[in-house]
Each structure stands twice: as C-alpha cells, then as structure tokens.
Design a protein around this ligand. Structure first.
Ligand SMILES: [Cu+2]
Length: 152
C-alpha cells in the first residue's frame, strides 16, 4: 500500500466515523426519531381515542382511523355506521406501514402514514354502503384490505 492509498483509506474511515457520530448525536443529543411512530403528544392523544368514533355535534362525527396490516380500525374494525346526512371528519394514521384510505364515490382519498395524521371531511347525503379500499401496496394481504361505511 503506497502513501496515497493509506491517506485515502484513512480519509474514508474517518468520514465513516464522523457520519456514525452524527447519527448517534441526532438520535441521542437532538432526540430525532425515525418516522416509524407518532410523535409522543399525538401518540398519547391517539392512544386515548385510537380507532374511535366521537360524536362532536348534531350529526357531526370525528373518526380516528388507524390503518394496520390489513384493516382499518374505526371503532369497529373495517366497519363504520353513520346516519344519513352525517358530516364526518376523518383523521387517518397508520400503526405500521403506509396504507391508503379511499372511500368510493366520495372525494376522500388519504394516505395513512406512520407518524403523521391526514385529514378529510365528507358529508354523506346518499344512504348506502361505501367501500373503503387501501390504494397503497402494503404487503401480502393488501388486496384484502377493505372496509365499509354504512350510511343508514
Ligand atoms: Cu394496502
């Protein structure tokens, strides 16, 4: 090994050590986290209301959806019942990987992202069944990941 090779090797090794040190500093010193879980405050709030339907007014509902492999927890797994004319706020997150949350025949089309909460509002004027599908490939059971909203 000549001197130039030794210097290149030493430089590469020291850069690796610097980057490793920065990763450790970011994780421990700056308390940054990979986006694999909700931020602590949001997580606490969601743990309280996780997968729930909250009546927030006359015919007004807040649905806290937690998507998972392979379903949607909306109080009841894969099923939500609301009366006709209900205005529903959807807050959607995921507890594992990325999923999609699309309600057929409505403009509701959200991503369920671990560590983030997405939002949409919809008024259900027409009674009937609305299928919810996951439109983001999320693993082997993806094709079976579906739910429904029953508007009574
Ligand atoms: Cu999926």
């Amino acid at each position: 090994m000549d001197l130039f090779e030794k210097r290149a090797f030493a430089m590469a090794l020291s850069l690796l050590l610097v980057f490793l040190g920065l990763i450790v500093y970011a994780a421990k010193g700056l308390q940054t986290d990979l986006p694999t879980c909700l931020p602590p405050e949001t997580a606490r709030q969601f743990r309280k209301d996780v997968g729930s339907v909250v009546e927030i007014g006359p015919n007004r509902y807040q649905v806290n959806v937690v998507a998972f492999m392979w379903g949607f927890n909306m109080g009841t797994v894969n099923e939500l019942r609301v009366p006709r004319g209900a205005v529903v706020d959807f807050y959607v997150t995921s507890r594992d990987v990325m999923h999609g949350y699309h309600i057929e025949r409505t403009p509701v089309n959200l991503m369920a992202i671990p560590g983030a909460v997405t939002y949409a509002r919809h008024k259900f004027d027409e009674p009937g069944e609305y299928m919810i599908i996951c439109h983001e490939y999320c693993g082997l059971g993806h094709q079976n990941m579906a739910g429904k909203i029953i508007v009574e």
